[in-house]
Design a protein around this ligand. Structure first.
Ligand code: PLP
Length: 373
């Protein structure tokens, strides 16, 4: 089969199976699929479409622009899309018109949203739908969210804006470190205390969420009403010492590239050149640390150049396996063809598998298999 020189194959059936498994595991809590950073390099639109086909009704988009783009890709209003990281001057009116759920971290953000709502209510009349808010409390991670001191002020302002018909208070949420059990337990306690405060202040909190992939899979008591997952949906374990299969997951992305050339030397060694490099988003740190599979056999990566990798082999390997220019090299994937997983690549290079898939350059073509698209 003829492939482009480099290609990321995204298996939507594997993704769908992961989502189905994770949903069943975290249930009765709901599963939000977090598709920030173009679904960690997997492609936001096809991934979201497949998630919805598998019954997901909560999508986490990070920023308003990508949330609106997703809505405009044809996502019906029964799918909630949450945007929570707002740049100064964010276009809340566009988000409200697209029925995006809004994360709110401060009284200033709340005021900007209420102002946009008030204007829209005037211009749109009966067509205006007040946006749903997810009020965010900082429980120690300091990655936005209102501090415990500011929280009552934020909640009160939201309740007032709801009474004025400008917003609908929907959820309370926070983000936890997922680093240690003790910290997460403390964050959970702070969060539940914050929810109690909000309810006392008259907020109708219908949904509470705080956990992501790691804690959400490991600990039942942090799931509450909804768990937000990225990493595990792509089959990349987010905690140590397990393979994807150990936790019922299948890696979704397989990265292929062509063997561009084979060079053998008098001494019996050989080099294989593969058409993928740091220009395609591969970390240079892969050199000396990971291996790539050709014809089912792993060869160590010895150099990462801008447009190619060099693998070390022996003349005997090349001859015995019949390796030739144009062969398919599998960089990472499920392991089915002898390759390592991207989680292993992360471990071997001191980063996260998620980071590697996220950094695969936009110019690398994605080919979707399985699913409904
Ligand atoms: C990225 C992100 C997640 C998902 O994290 P994973 O560890 O990939 O599951 C969940 N919640 C928030 C707020 C995030 O930014």
């Amino acid at each position: 089969m003829i492939r482009p020189p480099i290609e990321a194959v995204i298996d939507l059936d594997a993704f769908g199976a992961n989502v189905t498994h994770l949903r069943a595991t975290v249930g009765p809590a709901r599963l939000m699929v977090v598709v920030k950073a173009d679904a960690y390099g997997h492609g936001r639109v096809p991934i979201t479409r497949e998630a919805v086909r598998r019954g997901i009704r909560d999508i986490g988009a990070l920023d308003l622009e990508s949330a609106i783009a997703l809505r405009e890709s044809g996502l019906a209003d029964d799918v909630a899309i949450l945007a929570w990281l707002h740049q100064p001057g964010a276009d809340f009116a566009a988000g409200i018109r697209a029925h995006i759920d809004l994360g709110v971290s401060s009284p200033a953000e709340l005021e900007a949203i209420a102002t946009a709502s008030a204007r829209l209510a005037q211009t749109e009349g009966h067509a205006f739908v007040a946006p749903r808010l997810h009020l965010k409390l900082d429980t120690g991670l300091h990655r936005n969210g209102a501090t415990a001191e500011v929280w009552p002020q934020l909640v009160t302002a939201a309740v007032d804006a709801e009474r004025a018909g400008l917003v609908r208070v929907h959820a309370a949420w926070t983000h936890i470190a997922e680093a240690s059990e003790e910290e997460d337990t403390l964050a959970l306690e702070r969060f539940l205390a914050g929810v109690a405060v909000a309810r006392e202040l008259g907020a109708d909190i219908r949904l509470r969420h705080l956990a992501a992939s790691s804690a959400g899979l490991r600990r039942a008591n942090v799931r509450l009403d909804l768990v937000r997952m990225g990493g595990h949906c792509w089959g990349i374990p987010s905690f140590d010492g397990v393979t994807p299969a150990d936790i019922g997951l299948v890696p979704v992305m397989t990265l292929h590239a062509q063997v561009l050339g084979v060079r053998t030397t008098e001494t019996g060694s050989a080099s294989l050149y593969v058409g993928a490099g740091y220009g395609d988003g591969l970390p240079r740190r892969l050199a000396g640390r990971v291996a790539v599979a050709v014809r089912g056999v792993r060869f160590a990566v010895v150099a990462v150049e801008r447009d190619h990798l060099e693998l070390t082999a022996s003349k005997d390997d090349v001859r015995a396996l019949g390796i030739a220019t144009g062969d398919d090299a599998v960089l990472f994937g499920t392991g089915a063809e002898g390759e390592q997983t991207v989680r292993q690549w992360g471990d071997l290079t001191g980063t996260l598998g998620d980071e590697i898939t996220t950094r695969i350059a936009a110019r690398v073509p994605r080919r979707y298999i399985g699913g409904s698209v």
